[in-house]
Design a protein around this ligand. Structure first.
Ligand code: PGA
Length: 249
């Protein structure tokens, strides 16, 4: 059985004053920790401080460099992020793909780096609005999955986050049927890639997950949790999202 994962991606938000929210999230997360894994991905500047405040909640990073160390001013290696307290690293978020021109090849190398450092690689994929309107969403997303998945990754080393680009930060979401279709297409791909252990890979949904739509989205077949942006910044909202698992599983 896959234990769902609800991860909060704080993106480029959060000063030390935001740590108060962490305490509240941790208390709420404790109450459902047998049903769902809760994770916070703060900016790298807060990883260590967050790690020190949580017990059950895990901490993730939002990106990493492919190399272990070296002359790469301003970059952070997966090893450094793990050293600071991260046990997972998001790679290939659409904001990285768009803002920094990250390709599937680079995302695959970053996922490999995360795994090399002993972290879970949360690999993000998702289509743009144009691609969906052209009827090519599944083809494009499956090609991102194929291109971004490191050959050596085991089923327990990775999480796939399906995040339609047009749903991120917009308040728009695909219908539960569209989410079901995409997640089951990704599952089929993983089963072809891994054999039966492909069943163990968690496929989470991301893009405008809010307290008001979380129960409906999380109940969809093959949706094993969520990657939450804006709504993860406030403890009340984030807790309302991961707490839907109290009633689901
Ligand atoms: P959002 O972001 O929940 O604010 O839409 C999701 C994400 O980018 O991971």
């Amino acid at each position: 059985m896959r234990k769902p994962l609800v991860a909060g991606n704080w993106k480029m938000n959060g000063l030390k004053s935001a740590l108060e929210e962490i305490n509240l999230m941790e208390i709420a997360g404790d109450a459902v920790s047998d049903k769902v894994d809760v994770m916070i991905c703060p900016p790298a500047t807060l990883i260590q401080a967050v790690r020190q405040r949580v017990r059950r909640t895990t901490v993730g990073a939002q990106d990493c460099h492919v190399k272990e160390s070296g002359a790469h001013t301003g970059d952070l290696s997966a090893e450094m992020l793990v050293d600071a307290g991260a046990s997972a690293i998001i790679v290939g978020h659409s904001e990285r793909r768009q803002d920094h021109g990250e390709t599937d090849d680079l995302v695959r190398a970053k996922a490999s780096a995360a795994i090399r450092a002993g972290a879970l690689a949360i690999i993000c994929v998702g289509e743009t609005r144009e691609i969906r309107e052209a009827g090519r969403a599944e083809e494009v997303v499956l090609s991102q999955v194929a291109g971004s998945l490191p050959r050596e990754a085991g089923a327990n080393d990775i999480v796939i986050a399906y995040e339609p680009v047009w749903a991120i930060g917009t308040g728009l979401t695909p219908t539960p049927d569209d989410v079901a279709d995409m997640h089951s297409a990704i599952r089929t791909h993983l089963l072809n890639h891994y054999g039966t252990t492909g069943e163990n890979v968690r496929i989470v949904y991301g893009g405008s997950v809010k307290p008001g739509n979380a129960a409906e989205l999380m109940a969809v077949d093959h949706v094993d949790g969520a990657l939450v942006g804006g709504a993860s910044l406030k403890a009340d909202d984030f807790a309302a999202i991961f707490s839907v698992y109290r009633d689901i599983a």
